[in-house]
Design a protein around this ligand. Structure first.
Ligand SMILES: NC(=O)c1ccc[n+]([C@@H]2O[C@H](COP(=O)([O-])OP(=O)(O)OC[C@H]3O[C@@H](n4cnc5c(N)ncnc54)[C@H](OP(=O)(O)O)[C@@H]3O)[C@@H](O)[C@H]2O)c1
Length: 326
């Protein structure tokens, strides 16, 4: 497993990380979840991503159990705050009260004294940016959070955050966590250039498009059983990627992957890692075998002819508009 630096910070992350959205505490039973984390550790993944809101906070609890006993210095733990974790008006968003309280609750569930990266899961237009950044900075000063980042922020929001932090003497954000895959390239036009200028990396989510880029969903056919698309709880998130036009093009991608000596999922993960503003691709898994397969994308170099062939196969079905939020 290769490692990359997160933005201009001193933090190294594994270029493939493991995340537990939809799976832990939800689609996947406890034993299977623990086996997936063990597979990730066995494969040299050191970076783990979760969020307070995943599975109604249960995902953090499962990850905390899975990593219990693992030497804390040997892995990087990322979580997030923003989406509601309770019924009250202060159980959500990026106000100081919720940020501090949610961080404390995450640390308890994750069984740790600090997280390596604390991320604003979305932008909150109802709270002054200065209040959010000050609360984050206080968590850094208190040693509960080592670095701060954001998720799905626009180029303008990222630039504002950097300018405000510099003016007020706070630590800068070092990362953004957007959706990015062969099918979803909305960050390329604006977010990546703004991030590069500010020394910020992308940690990208759903690099396999939630399983779509494996080719297992076929046009005109019902989704295979026991997949994310058939999950009664998290299955709705994948629906907009399941149009027959997209699925047909993904089938055309299968020989391209085979010619490169890669499985379709490996090609998908390797593709996002060709972008040097991407520090890590966060993979999900419902089974340990998926982790073992997908990590083989680490260190793979895709040549320009192959990249051009991919683009020609997918022409017309790739989402690129920076105004579309994942
Ligand atoms: N910041 C945000 O707003 C945000 C949003 C979403 C996700 N994330 C982060 O990104 C992480 C990854 O997201 P993701 O789970 O959507 O990533 P993904 O790697 O694109 O999709 C993972 C899912 O695809 C299927 N899959 C993966 N590899 C496969 C293989 N080799 N063969 C067959 N099926 C395979 C599995 O689902 P099935 O087996 O069930 O079909 C697996 O659970 C999350 O856990 C979270 O940490 C962040």
């Amino acid at each position: 497993m290769e490692h990359r630096r997160l933005g201009r910070s001193g933090l190294s992350v594994s270029e493939i990380s493991y995340g537990n959205w939809i799976t832990h505490g939800d689609q996947v039973e406890r034993d299977q979840a623990l086996a997936c984390v063990q597979a990730a550790l066995d494969e040299g993944i050191t970076t783990f991503d979760t969020a307070d809101v995943y599975a109604g906070t249960r995902a953090e609890t499962v990850l905390g159990e899975a990593l219990d006993g693992v030497r804390r210095e040997s892995y990087e733990l990322f979580t997030k705050v923003f989406w509601p974790t309770g019924p009250g008006p202060n159980d959500r968003g990026l106000g100081r009260k919720h940020i501090i309280e949610s961080c404390h609750a995450s640390l308890r569930r994750l069984r740790t004294d600090y997280v390596d990266l604390y991320q604003a899961h979305r932008y909150d237009p109802t709270v002054p940016l200065e209040e959010t950044l000050r609360a984050f900075d206080d968590l850094v000063r208190a040693g509960k959070v080592l670095y701060v980042g954001v998720s799905e922020w626009s180029a303008a929001q990222i630039s504002d955050a950097v300018r405000t932090a510099d003016e007020l003497g706070f630590d800068r954000i070092i990362s953004n966590q957007p959706q990015y895959s062969l099918l979803w390239r909305t960050i390329e036009a604006e977010v990546v250039p703004a991030s590069r200028a500010a020394g910020i990396s992308q940690i990208v989510w759903s690099p396999v498009a939630q399983g779509v880029l494996t080719g297992k969903y076929r046009p005109g056919q019902p989704p295979p059983v026991d997949t994310r698309a058939t999950s009664t709880t998290g299955g709705h998130f994948i629906q907009r990627l399941l149009g027959d036009d997209v699925l047909a093009r993904v089938q055309d991608l299968l020989p391209v992957a085979a010619d490169a000596g890669l499985s379709p999922a490996q090609l998908a993960v390797a593709w996002v890692l060709q972008n040097d503003n991407v520090a890590s691709a966060i993979i999900g898994a419902s089974r340990p075998e998926q982790v073992h397969e997908n990590v083989r994308a680490s260190g793979v170099k895709l040549d320009p002819d192959l990249l051009a062939r991919i683009d020609s196969v997918l022409d017309g079905v790739v989402v690129t508009d920076p105004e579309i939020v994942g």
